[in-house]
Design a protein around this ligand. Structure first.
Ligand SMILES: NC(=O)c1ccc[n+]([C@@H]2O[C@H](COP(=O)([O-])OP(=O)(O)OC[C@H]3O[C@@H](n4cnc5c(N)ncnc54)[C@H](OP(=O)(O)O)[C@@H]3O)[C@@H](O)[C@H]2O)c1
Length: 243
């Protein structure tokens, strides 16, 4: 079994996920680049390796049971265990998303990726995580999933656009994170949700104001928590985000 810390980042071929992989790789970790597209995955692995990262490709579509199972098998063969899982892959489902106009299919698609995808991948990886001395799970959420911020004063402008699929999918993900933390309390597995801030990526047509590297920082922090670190909480760079 590898001496190095082994991480898997889903949706690591671009955006924040790529920078999370780069940041964890810079720690000397071995990083599985979870990505569904063969070419995009290969290009990301190549770029990471060129930057000195011990990266390996992990074919992974988070909406597909067989893909998640195969990804776990690959990591088992490659490393024998998993220390850190970063559930980063997500979609918005496209905008606008006014509740009165939305196609229910959009809701299903977004929840399938952003919530059920996280559960699917986490559970596929759980036997490998249980073999780690200090397992960490990081769920990339968003402050738009904070009900407190969604219902706060409009002038604070932290709620993002009205988005009946994407924003509640992150609320759902936060709630799911808490349920995992409750089940896993008393184990050495720490699971938290992180918000990267408003980052310029494909997800928002590059309208975000932060760089993907800045967005990756919270995931790297939660991936490297000490054994007595928090679990079942929601953080951004400034600290705890209200539910
Ligand atoms: N950008 C922001 O301002 C912001 C703010 C708050 C939270 N976040 C969260 O941060 C995370 C990363 O977002 P980002 O801005 O970096 O988005 P992005 O650039 O659009 O990247 C999303 C990644 O997820 C992957 N993905 C989507 N569906 C997938 C599936 N079914 N299976 C596997 N991979 C899939 C994409 O792969 P493909 O290339 O194959 O599509 C891509 O690698 C997300 O969880 C997002 O909700 C972002």
């Amino acid at each position: 079994m590898s001496e190095r810390t082994i991480a898997l980042v889903t949706g690591a071929n671009k955006g924040i996920g790529y920078e999370i992989a780069a940041g964890l790789g810079a720690l000397g970790w071995s990083v599985g680049v979870g990505a569904r597209d063969h070419q995009r995955r290969g290009a990301a692995v190549e770029r990471l390796r060129a930057a000195g990262v011990d990266a390996f490709g992990v074919p992974l579509d988070v909406t597909d049971d067989a893909s998640a199972t195969a990804a776990a098998r690959l990591i088992e063969e490659q490393a024998g265990r998993l220390d850190v899982l970063v559930n980063n892959a997500a979609i918005t489902g496209g905008m606008p998303q006014e509740p009165t106009q939305v196609d229910p299919t959009t809701i299903r698609t977004v929840v399938e990726t952003n919530v059920i995808g996280v559960i699917r991948v986490t559970n596929a990886m759980m036997p490998l995580l249980r073999r780690s001395a200090s397992p960490r799970i990081v769920n990339m959420s968003s402050s738009v999933g904070s009900l407190t911020r969604q219902s706060g004063p409009a002038e604070e402008q932290t709620a993002g656009p009205v988005a009946v699929a994407y924003a509640p999918s992150k609320t759902f993900l936060n709630a799911v994170t808490l349920q995992y933390a409750r089940e896993l309390s008393g184990t050495n597995i720490l699971i938290n949700a992180g918000c990267p801030g408003y980052v310029a990526t494909d997800l928002n047509g590059f309208r975000g104001v932060r760089t993907p590297e800045q967005g990756a920082a919270i995931a790297i922090k939660l991936a490297t928590l000490p054994d007595d670190g928090p679990t079942g909480q929601f953080f951004d760079d400034a600290g705890v985000v209200p539910w």
